[in-house]
Structures are given as structure tokens and as C-alpha cells.
Write a protein that binds this ligand. Structure first.
Ligand code: SAM
Length: 207
């Protein structure tokens, strides 16, 4: 990480602390949060200009809602809230992180934001969301279990868009019928992949 980036990060943490917020400060390891490190990747925040670049290409309507699967403290949700979504929700396995996320959005007075403390493998409300965001929250085997829930909950004929940052479960996405629509750069060089449940999507503006 460059000196400029580290300095920016420290500045963000300081500014957030002054506002009583905590989106960016380093998270604990999964084991310190009581989570299984084999099933949960290290919680870290995403968002910023790379995610905003992806969102700028999407046709998001005020009737659409988005779900951040594994939202941690809500960093990416903050950028999602800049879009005209009806709701910006997150699900988070760690009660500790979910509580911090809730506090952040309460402090910001964000009425459109909601955080469920839940396991993505047994979440029953995927059908409510047209858009999903994931920042590499878990290994491919867990993604497979999550998609076994998510895909059948999709109303017949409904279009779904998944924004997957650092898509380590790319093959699993394809196996569950998603199409890789467009890839964008991210800060770390892993890429952000946009998937759709249709081979082409009117929701993704021409490049
Ligand atoms: C890399 S962090 C991403 C944070 C956030 N999405 C962002 O981009 O700012 C991934 C989060 O997914 C959560 N997670 C992992 N497995 C999960 C599961 N089965 N259900 C819900 N959340 C999970 C972890 O606890 C962690 O906080």
C-alpha cells in the first residue's frame, strides 16, 4: 500500500472518529469475532471511487433495492446510498459488526439503510432485491450454499444484477446461471465483476 493511500486511510479514520462513525477502522480477524476463518474471509471495507464507477454505469430506479451480502460495518452501503435505491440493506453474520453498521447509519440519519444480523446461507428475503453487492465475503463453497437460497427466491422473470468485488467464486456464479456482463478495475487489482441472470442487461449502460 502506498504512503499516499495509508495517509488517506488514516485521515478517513480520524474524520470518522470525529463524527462518531466507524466504517474504515481495521476490523478484527474472524476468530476474534467468534467466526470460523474457514467459512468467512477477513472483514475489510470496500467502496470508494472504484465502486462508484461501476454504479455510474447501472440504470438504478427508485423502486429498486440493493442488498450487501456480508456488509460488515457498512462501508460499501455508504456508496450504495448515493444511488436512488428505495432500500439499501446489508446482512452480516457478526453481531458485533452488524451493531456498528446500525450505529453508523443511525448517526447519519439514513432512513433507507437497514442491517440484518443473519447468515446469508439461510436468509429468506433475497426476492426483495434487484441488486446485490458482495466484497469477497466467503469462500466459493459458501457462495454455492448462498446461491442455492438466492436463485430460487427470485420471482419468475425478474432481472437480477450482482456486483461482485474480488470474485473468487466466479465459477460458482456461472454454475448457478449468472452471466459475466462486464469487469471493472478495483484498487487491489482483483477486479469488480458485474453479473446478470440474463445474458444481456438493459440495466448496464453501453460502455
Ligand atoms: C470483506 S467484508 C465486506 C464488507 C462490506 N461488504 C464492504 O464492502 O464494505 C465481508 C463480510 O462478510 C461477512 N460474512 C461472511 N460470511 C457471511 C455469511 N455467511 N452471512 C453473512 N455475512 C457473512 C463477514 O463477517 C464480513 O464482515
Amino acid at each position: 500500500m502506498s504512503l499516499v493511500h495509508t495517509t488517506q486511510l488514516r485521515l478517513n479514520i480520524l474524520l470518522e472518529r470525529l463524527q462518531g462513525l466507524d466504517f474504515t477502522r481495521a476490523n478484527q480477524q474472524p476468530s476474534e469475532l467468534g467466526l470460523d476463518a474457514k467459512e468467512v474471509f477477513i472483514p475489510s471495507p470496500s467502496g470508494g471511487k472504484h465502486l462508484r464507477r461501476v454504479l455510474a454505469d447501472l440504470d438504478i430506479r427508485p423502486v429498486d433495492s440493493v442488498l450487501d451480502i456480508g456488509c460488515a460495518k457498512g462501508s460499501a452501503m455508504r456508496d450504495l446510498l448515493r444511488q436512488p435505491f428505495a432500500r439499501v440493506d446489508g446482512i452480516e453474520l457478526s453481531p458485533e459488526l452488524a451493531a456498528i453498521a446500525r450505529r453508523n447509519f443511525a448517526k447519519l440519519g439514513e432512513a433507507r439503510a437497514g442491517v440484518h444480523c443473519a447468515d446469508a446461507r439461510s436468509f429468506k428475503h433475497y426476492g426483495d432485491y434487484a441488486f446485490f453487492y458482495l466484497y469477497n465475503p466467503f469462500p466459493p463453497a459458501i457462495l454455492d450454499q448462498v446461491l442455492q437460497q438466492l436463485v430460487p427466491q427470485t420471482p419468475v422473470g425478474a432481472e437480477r444484477i450482482v456486483i461482485y468485488n474480488n470474485p473468487t467464486g466466479h465459477d460458482v456464479m456461472l454454475r448457478h446461471g449468472f452471466h459475466a456482463l462486464r469487469r471493472y478495475p478495483d484498487f487491489w487489482g482483483h477486479g469488480i465483476q458485474v453479473y446478470g441472470n440474463r445474458p444481456q442487461s438493459g440495466r448496464l449502460r453501453a460502455a
